[in-house]
Design a binder for this molecule. Sequence first.
Ligand code: F6R
Length: 608
Amino acid sequence: MCGIVGFTGTRSAAPLLLEGLKRLEYRGYDSAGIAVMGNEGIRVEKVSGKVQKLCEKTGDGAAVPGSTGIGHTRWATHGAPTDTNAHPHLSNDGRYAVVHNGIIENYAALREELTAKGYTFLSETDTEVIVHLLEMYDSGDLKSTVLRAVARLEGSYALGVLCADQPDTLIAVREASPLILGVGVGENYFASDVTALVSYTKNAIYLDDGEFAVLTPAGITVYDCTGRQIEKPVTRVTWDVEAAEKGGYAHFMLKEIMEQPAAVRAAIAPRLRDGEVVLDEFDLDAETLRQFNKIVITACGSAYYAGCAAKYALEALTRIPVEPVLASELRYSDPLIDAHTLLIVISQSGETADTIAAMRECRARGAKALAIVNVVGSTIAKSADWTLYTWAGPEIAVATTKGYTTQLAVLFLLAMSVGRKLGRLDDALYPALLYDILRLPKLIQNAIDLNHGLGALAKKYHRASSLFFIGRNTDWASALEGALKMKEISYIHAESYAAGELKHGTIALIEEGTPVIAVCCNAALEDKTISNIVEVKARGARVLAVAFRGDRKIVAQANDCVFIPPIHTLFTPILAVIPMQLLAYYVAKENGCDIDKPKNLAKSVTVE
Ligand code: F6R
């Protein structure tokens, strides 16, 4: 989705803005632009296409002199991805430039009003109303002009504003769209994503909704929506720029797959103390926990599938009914949710619009929300009742990998902690689960090591036009994520089915050579899944099984096998996904796909 950067200091702004925009490329975008305050006023350069094109157009920024500026990568919503629709937008008098993330919901009425007043619109975007509002409300005082203009806006917006009358000043405004300020020495920054800031500063201020900031090279002042100055804490970003670079890997996705042992270690290590799972951030006593008569999990995409996979552990260990619901469905479903519902909200980015809306809807009905989030300071993290961070570090590839496995790790810890507190987790089972949790980083490494050969295996599957992923129970949940990984990065149609459902319709699609990925990591149901393998093979399917190392029964049935190390059934999804991530990666590579930035997708889906 769209990305914003802003810089004010004494160095040349354009190269820094372009560098920042490159770091935001992973979010997905289709045009880019910068506006820099120069000797002759604000100069805007923008292109449809990649940031590299903008670099070429501007001689890597050298052609756009000036030390204060704003930049943007746009993911088109209102209007096609053209040069004209790209941000920044300029006011008719050329004195204001604006970059915007989010959606101005009342833009049509504003556009009509502004047109009637004689303002000329050049683009089809909702954003352009903002620059004309700034010009209309211009009072000579930038801060109050911005306040008056944003008071007219409805919707979500992170804004960066540049005004020719105050050449070294930037204004950053946040309402329901992330915006982070970077505190430097003699220079200051803002960005929609901390990845654009870390190579310049690790000192960040996270703006909250309704707040705005005035930045000059000398300092940053933050205000609330009434214009009253407020104090905000400066947070130290804990990861460095290498964490957001490829580090020798061909793709971020591969790097992030390989980082999973370390990421899961970071998620679990601080939460295991003296043989106990300790969740400091969600330390409810048994009496409070007993008030919850159901758990609803809400999320989108892979985060939802993490919820589907963790449902089994949560129900088995806490004996509380668990219902995973897609956030985009939950928000409009008039849900049966009240103060006795524990809502678990899962999101890597913490900014997914549907997930935020579902959380708001459920909290308004009295539910308490526990967020499981990766991005520190994100909207979901800040607005939940409790937040458990997954500590996965920056995830750059659009397709989530370590984001998903760290979510599972935290959900498993949660299931154990709540089960233990409620006295519903069997004393004999607890040590066995704890043993597996402690070994998770090693087991994940082992699952990666066992699948070195997947590059070669992918050659057998990459020409398929359609793949089916099947499994039962926990294996079905794993299959859901496996199929999503495959389709989003390789563009091959992939479907996941509960294996027992095949014969109720889908088996009609199986024909000679159809690849079927069968997840068989649930020992109690293995024979059942094997019977489904036999059924599809009888109709010509080529079966690739995902199974425990040493499982001879599967080797005898499947055409190909990939293995994971044995682990307790409830935790299998965290390992079963590893070969499927690698399979999707190598199939996509074989097909020459843009693995880190698949077409039509964005990393952080901040619009509905
Ligand atoms: C798939 C993927 C998406 C996200 C979904 C939710 O690989 O990354 O399906 O899982 O868009 O995003 P977050 O977790 O940021 O809320």
